[in-house]
Design a protein around this ligand. Structure first.
Ligand SMILES: *Cc1c(COP(=O)(O)O)cnc(C)c1O
Length: 362
């Protein structure tokens, strides 16, 4: 054991960090980003706002990010019909930081978080990094969750934090709200619904369940539909008491002035950014149809990616695609791969590569 390794926290020793490969290949369909770059108008607006913010960079930013939280609350209210204000919304550097703050406040040593596998790997990784015990629960066939079954296992384990992910990464499956309600009814602690892909879904948001459920938290991100992954902005909607609790663990001034400016610029261009959602969904449907036409299994998706298989050895298909210049994601689920809906040309390149001998079911 190396010297540094011997000094490391016991529970972190030997662990592998999050590591989606960032490879320089022509077609990158592995991290579920929006393939459409910001418009020239948005880039110009964002630059203006960042210049404004830069004039005051000698000062700390608004620690409460009130303008941004108000804008995000307005966006959520407009899209879900639920009246929300800045007190019910919290923002941080990506929804991963939001999740980290939730676990710092409500998880930690001696506490347990659960999620339903396969699901977003960061729920487990952030749980463990904050000293929270992680328990992966099982899904039904077809990666489904039913209200009674999900509520039953949650009641059995009595976790401090439950993660639901809808639409779920990597399966693309969305939850009916009765699953969220049933789990919440049986959970003794916080229930976090990760809605990173909500804008691509057809089902209603769990935001509509917040009223009267102070233990329910809905997380969102600007990294996917909003096409702002590089700016690192995520947020949540919850009871103001949850937001107050997060103040105990957040670092002072955690959201930089330039980040807040960039996010506000994006919000000012909401309509234009969300117009790409329809285009992306069309490409997702092309992926589904194209892969099914090859005889492959494709899980119905409410997100901007699809899970497809089943391969005897998904690793060799992954490598075969990479050899043809197409990067997809091996999420570590035996037999399956995940591909992001890119531009029309990217999806064509992917489907051509698959037809080039890779789409045959072994
Ligand atoms: C991509 C993704 C996020 C986004 O994380 P950010 O830190 O906001 O970029 C959150 N949850 C899930 C399930 C995701 O797939």
């Amino acid at each position: 054991m190396g010297e540094i390794e011997s000094l490391l926290r016991d529970d972190l020793r030997g662990r592998t960090p999050y590591g989606a490969p960032q490879l320089d290949v022509p077609v990158r369909l592995n991290t579920n980003e929006n393939p459409h770059a910001p418009s020239a108008a948005l880039v110009a607006d964002l630059a203006d706002r960042v210049v404004e913010a830069a004039r005051l960079l000698n000062r700390y930013p608004d620690r409460e990010a009130v303008a941004l939280r108000t804008g995000l609350a307005t966006y959520l209210s407009t899209t879900t019909g639920v009246e929300l204000g800045a007190r019910e919304v919290w923002a941080a550097n990506g929804s991963n930081e939001v999740i980290q703050q939730l676990l710092q406040a409500f998880g930690g040593p001696g506490r347990t978080a659960v999620g339903f596998d396969p699901t977003y790997s960061m729920h487990r990784l952030i749980s463990e990094a904050t000293g929270t015990r992680w328990l992966g629960l099982e899904r039904l066939a077809g990666f489904r969750l039913e209200p009674e079954q999900a509520a039953l296992v949650v009641r059995e384990h009595r976790p401090d934090v439950v993660f639901l992910c809808s639409p779920n990464n990597p399966t693309g499956t969305a939850l009916d709200l009765d699953v969220v309600e049933a789990v919440h009814d049986q959970a003794p602690g916080l229930v976090v619904v990760d809605e990173a892909y909500a804008e691509f879904a057809t089902r209603p948001s769990a935001v509509t369940l917040l009223d009267g459920r102070p233990r329910l938290v809905v997380t969102r991100t600007m990294s996917k539909a909003f096409a702002l992954a590089g700016a690192r902005v995520g947020y949540l909607a919850a009871d103001p008491d949850v937001v107050d609790a997060l103040h105990l663990v957040r670092l002072p001034y955690h959201l930089s002035a330039t980040t807040q400016a960039a996010a506000l610029a994006a919000l000012a261009h909401t309509d234009e950014l969300l117009a790409t959602v329809q285009t992306v969904k069309e490409q997702r449907d092309r992926l589904v149809d194209g892969l099914r036409a090859m005889g492959l299994e494709v899980v119905d998706s409410d997100a901007n990616f699809v899970l497809f298989g089943e391969f005897g050895d998904q690793r060799s298909t992954w490598q075969g695609l990479l050899d043809r210049g197409v990067l997809v994601r091996d999420v570590g689920l035996p037999g399956w791969l995940r591909v992001t809906a890119g531009t029309e040309d990217e999806v064509t390149a992917f489907l051509d590569a698959m037809r080039d001998g890779l789409g045959e079911v072994p």
